[in-house]
Every structure is written in structure tokens, then in C-alpha cells.
Design a protein around this ligand. Structure first.
Ligand code: AGP
Length: 603
């Protein structure tokens, strides 16, 4: 995900901006750039790949004395991760950096092109700087020109713009993407897409509201919302770097759970238009000769795979089998060239998954990967990749990576369904309507979080947990149990609800905790009967459902969503928070649980 840094003051600009970008590296990016305005001259540098490339390019550049600068790390969405698509983008005399997406950029771009403006990049962001300069050419003041520019934009954006027509000012705008403005006692002004680059420099900060824009220079900071001038509320900035990286959350895992709504929007960005799925990565990828999908993965990624197997068969009407990569490798599998081999991996480096992919390639199968890390081994080896765009996941227990894997797989299932003409337009439209709603579903409900915090104290002992569910809620039960066991070290199992009576029910007593996933849109009555069987044997039941359930010992009421996948994502957040709260109560290191590594590069 993109990062933004901005500065006005006497400090050496290059060093401050590059250090700031370094603080944002954890968000993930594929190119970077800076622009510095000093004595009415603008110097700019851009580089693809890691920040070190930009550091190397700027090594002889210094900017001493009063001036201003903007800096950006880009995670490609519109246009490839090339140097020309890196930010800043420029016009004749102005430079811009932007996070987010300008939904109406095509309209604006066409209009500007018809007026003779030449675009250099494939990005949506470049329209901002040209639009600003167009308004300047109409003899508007820089402030009015910027205001009119912002009013023309639709979508999500955090924008910083500098221009020779106002050589001591940074113009800024914020809507649905974070942007922070800070100041110091020595008349410096700072901008950041999170606190991290500002720590140790700014004394106080204001977290800009959605729909605001304005300008800052050494004389004034003006912030507007619509035509209304706002009085910014500045708060002291915490001085701990690690606190800043966690945005005030206790653990990275907690932050990542709360980030899921935003990263789901990133996953979907540019991939749904006019009720159709557009997976640019699959342009020219032919599913005609494919009659089966085989998925290989490990751990959480395996659970995403299992979830998607229901979607592939149900929506795309294509056979789908799922295998744990370490099992697949040694079973001497029979592979057929009409099978698409799909691997799923957050890191893209998991040894077993990578080796399974190599086996499939050797057997001549068409391959595809769902991955969070561009340029990872799995991405490089696959014929094509759908990047999940979750940003760097620091917590060992995977949360936002899982959410974005499932969302990407849902898009893929619809893409295949459409390709093979196996889905009606009405069905496709209703699926896309549900998909569009997922970022909202993923917003953490603070009341539910608080309730789980209180409930967690009752679940610290006992002889184990069963997470149970049916259909797609079975892999979610597996994932809920994995989350709990890896960070709490309590024994937990995921089980198909209908399977309990074939053995595990023998364990049922009051100290067996059952987390029952009871969605209203997926086999509710069947699941309910299975939970009643457990309740009759005195198991302690934590029911998660939109429907009241009288036999529940504890109950988390969910929203009455109409689509089972919406219920899936809401329940996913609840099981993640349950694991988190139990683990915190037990005093465990949530982000670095014992015996586990984030990337498992050994078999
Ligand atoms: C889940 O919380 C774990 N971190 C683990 O199961 C993980 O999903 C597994 O090791 C696979 O990793 P990958 O997605 O990077 O391939």
C-alpha cells in the first residue's frame, strides 16, 4: 500500500523524506519517489523497486535552507510498477503524490487529452496535477485552483501537491485514505500517511477528516470541508516508534484485524467495473481447456483454498480439489494437463507450496498463484498471479492476508464462471453486490470487540475448543481454531458440524468449549441440530449467529446479512478477535508466538 511523507522547513529535505519513506516500508511498495521545491526550483527523483534504488539515485542531492518536499512509495494499482508510474507526477510547474484511487480519472483524462494535455504515466493520479495546472491557466489563484481540482475528484485519496506558483506551500486533500498533518515548535510542517515518519520530529499532529483539503506554509495552515473553514485540533504525538507503527494498537495482529476493511478495498480496487470482474492479470489467460482446478497451500492459505473450493464448484461449476502442499508432494499425484494448478501463499516463499508448484510445472500444467508478495519465488514461477494487496503482514498469525485471499478467490471464481458461461447475469450481479459490501462488513464492531474482551476470561481453561460450521463455515472453523491455537497455545480443532457425532462428541462436557458458527444463509437448521446435540451433552456453547439461540451459554449476535459470504467475513473477524483477546489475557506474545515463523522456507 502506498505511503506519503511531506515536509516544510529548514531541515535537509532529502534525508528527512527518505527516512520517512523508510518508516513506511512495512506497508509494502514497488517504487518510490521524491520532489523538493527550494528557491523556486523543483528537483525530483523516482526509482522502481526498493528504496535503496532511490537512495542511490539521490546520493549527491542535498537541499539546505528553507524549502519543502513530498515523497511517496507506490503499491501499483493502476498501471504497472514502473519508474514512470512512480510518484511524484508532474505537469509544467507542479508535482503531485497520491494514495488511493480516482474513480473518475478516465473522464478527466479524456477531457484533458482533448485539450492537448500529454500524459506520461498510466496512473489515475496524474490527472490531479494537470487539472490543477489547467485551473491555474484560467487565472485562478493557487488556492481556488486546488479547491476546484479536489472538487472534481471522485474516489479515495490522500494528495500532496507542490507548485512553483506557490513556492512555500503544500496543498493537501484527504478522503477515505489516511493523512496526518503535524507541526513542530520550530515552525516546521509535516505530513504522513501514518504517524511513523513524524515521530521524533513533529510535536503535535492532527488526523485530517474525510472530505477535507487545504494548504500549509510557514504563515498559516488552512483546512476546509466543503466551503466551511475548520479549526484543526492538534494532539501531542506519542514518541514511541513501535507504538506509531502499530497505530496505537496493542499488537500488529490487532492492527491488521482492524485494517481488513481498508485492505479489502485495495484488493477490489480496479477489479470490479459495471458489475463485472476485471482481473487484468488474467488477460489472455485461457480457461477453455481446463476442466478441474487443483489448489495447493499450507496453513491459513490452505483454509482460504478450502473455502474457495465451495465457490468454484457452486459459482463456476468447475471441479475443484484442495491439497495440503506437504501431503501433495509425496503422494505421487496423478496430474492431468486439463487441470489448472492454483497455489495460495501470503509470503510466496513457503517451501512446500513452492515445491508443489514446481512439480505441477514439470508436469506441464497451467499454473496460477494468489499471493501477497510481488516478486516472491511463487509469483516469479507461476504463469500468472493475482496479488492480494494486503500490505505487509507482521503478525505471525495471518488475518488480513486470509481475508484478501478469500476475497481474491471469490473474484477468481466469478471470473472463471463468466469465462465458461456458467453463471447468469442476475447471479453475477448479486454476487458482485455482496462483494462490494465486504469492506463495510470487515469494519470491526467496537461493541462486539468489547464483548469478546469480557468473554475471553471465561475461556482460559478447560480441555479444549471445537470450532464447528458447515459448508464454507467449516474452513472458517478450521481457521478460527488455528488462530486460537497458534497464539493462545490452547488446544483447538475445527470440525464440520455434522461430523461431531462420528467421534468428537465423546469429548463433550462442560469444559469442552464449542464455538458454533451459525449463519442464517447456510444450512442454519442443520447446524443448529448439531449444536443442540452438543448442548445436550453439557458442552459450553459460544454461538455466533444473527439468530437468537436459547441454548447458547454465550452469544455473539451478528448482522442479518443476506449473503453467506458477508456472514463468513463478519464471523471471521469475530473468531480473530476472540483468539486475540484470549491470548492477550494469557500474557502471550501475540505477534511472535512461540515456535512459529512468519515465512516457512523449510519443508
Ligand atoms: C497462519 O496464521 C500461519 N502464519 C501459517 O499457517 C501460514 O498461513 C502458512 O505457514 C502458510 O504461509 P504462506 O501463506 O506464506 O504460504
Amino acid at each position: 500500500m502506498c505511503g506519503i511523507v511531506g515536509y516544510i522547513g529548514k531541515r535537509e529535505k532529502r534525508e528527512f523524506l527518505l527516512d520517512g519513506l523508510r518508516e513506511l516500508e512495512y506497508r509494502g511498495y514497488d517504487s518510490a519517489g521524491i520532489a523538493v521545491l527550494h528557491q523556486n526550483e523543483i528537483n525530483y527523483f523516482k526509482a522502481g523497486g526498493k528504496l535503496d534504488n532511490l537512495i542511490e539515485k539521490t546520493k549527491d542531492f542535498r537541499s539546505i535552507g528553507f524549502g519543502l518536499g513530498i515523497a511517496h512509495t507506490r503499491w501499483a494499482t493502476h498501471g504497472k510498477p514502473t519508474e514512470i508510474n512512480a510518484h511524484p507526477h508532474w505537469g509544467e510547474f507542479s508535482f503531485v503524490i497520491h494514495n488511493g484511487i480516482i474513480e473518475n480519472y478516465m473522464e478527466i483524462k479524456k477531457e484533458l487529452q482533448s485539450e492537448g494535455v500529454v500524459f506520461l504515466s498510466q496512473t489515475d493520479s496524474e490527472v490531479i496535477v494537470h487539472l490543477f495546472e489547467k485551473f491555474i491557466s484560467q487565472n485562478l489563484t493557487p488556492q481556488i485552483a486546488f479547491e476546484k481540482t479536489v472538487q472534481s475528484l471522485k474516489g479515495a485519496f490522500a494528495v500532496l501537491l507542490i507548485s512553483k506558483v506557490a513556492s512555500e506551500t503544500i496543498f493537501f486533500a484527504k478522503n477515505a485514505v489516511p493523512l496526518i498533518l503535524g507541526k513542530s515548535s520550530i515552525d516546521e510542517i509535516f505530513f504522513g500517511s501514518s504517524d511513523a515518519p513524524l515521530i521524533g520530529f513533529a510535536d503535535e499532529v492532527t488526523y485530517l477528516e474525510d472530505g477535507t483539503y487545504g494548504w500549509a506554509n510557514k504563515e498559516e495552515i488552512q483546512i476546509y470541508k466543503g466551503s466551511q473553514k475548520l479549526k484543526p485540533v492538534f494532539k501531542p504525538l506519542n514518541t514511541s516508534k513501535i507504538y506509531a507503527q502499530k497505530d496505537g494498537f496493542r499488537f500488529f495482529m490487532e492492527k491488521e484485524i482492524y485494517e481488513q476493511s481498508a485492505v479489502a478495498s485495495e484488493t477490489l480496487m480496479g477489479r470490479i467495473k459495471d458489475d463485472k470482474v476485471f482481473l487484468e492479470e488474467l488477460n489472455g489467460y485461457d480457461f477453455n481447456d481446463i476442466d478441474e482446478i487443483k489448489i495447493c497451500a499450507c496453513g491459513t492459505s490452505y483454509h482460504a483454498a478450502l473455502t474457495s473450493s465451495y465457490l468454484f464448484e457452486r459459482l463456476a461449476k468447475i471441479r475443484c480439489s484442495v491439497e495440503i502442499a506437504s501431503e501433495f508432494r509425496y503422494k505421487e499425484p496423478l496430474l492431468d494437463k486439463k487441470t489448472l494448478f492454483l497455489v495460495i501463499s501470503q509470503s510466496g516463499e513457503t517451501a512446500d507450496t513452492l515445491e508443489a508448484l514446481k512439480m505441477a510445472k514439470r508436469a506441464g500444467l497451467k499454473t496460477l498463484s494468489i499471493c501477497n508478495v510481488d516478486n516472491s519465488s511463487i509469483v516469479r514461477l507461476s504463469d500468472a498471479t493475482i496479488l492480494t494487496r494486503a500490505g505487509i503482514e507482521k503478525g505471525v498469525a495471518s488475518t488480513k492476508a486470509f481475508a484478501t485471499q478469500v476475497l481474491s478467490l471469490w473474484l477468481l471464481a466469478l471470473h472463471v464462471a463468466k469465462f465458461n458461461n456458467n453463471i447468469s447475469d442476475e447471479k453475477c450481479t448479486s454476487e458482485i453486490k455482496a462483494i462490494r459490501g465486504i469492506p463495510a462488513v470487515l469494519k470491526v464492531d467496537e461493541e462486539i470487540h468489547e464483548k469478546l474482551h469480557r468473554l475471553s476470561k471465561r475461556y482460559l481453561h478447560g480441555h479444549g475448543f471445537f470450532f464447528i460450521g458447515r459448508d464454507i463455515f467449516f474452513p472458517l472453523a478450521l481457521e478460527g481454531a488455528l488462530k486460537l491455537k497458534e497464539i493462545s497455545y490452547l488446544h483447538a480443532e475445527g470440525y464440520p458440524a455434522g461430523e461431531m457425532k462420528h467421534g468428537p462428541i465423546a469429548l463433550a462436557d462442560s469444559t469442552l468449549f464449542t464455538v458454533a458458527l451459525m449463519p442464517q444463509n447456510m444450512l442454519y437448521d442443520k447446524t443448529k441440530s448439531n449444536v443442540e446435540e452438543l448442548s445436550a451433552r453439557d458442552a459450553t456453547i459460544l454461538a455466533i449467529s444473527p439468530k437468537e439461540f436459547v441454548l447458547a451459554d454465550d452469544f455473539i449476535k451478528t448482522q442479518p446479512y443476506e449473503h453467506p459470504m458477508s456472514e463468513f467475513f463478519e464471523m471471521m473477524v469475530i473468531t480473530q478477535l476472540l483468539a486475540l483477546e484470549i491470548s492477550i489475557r494469557l500474557g502471550n506474545d501475540v505477534d511472535m508466538p512461540r515456535n512459529l515463523a512468519k515465512s516457512v522456507t523449510v519443508e
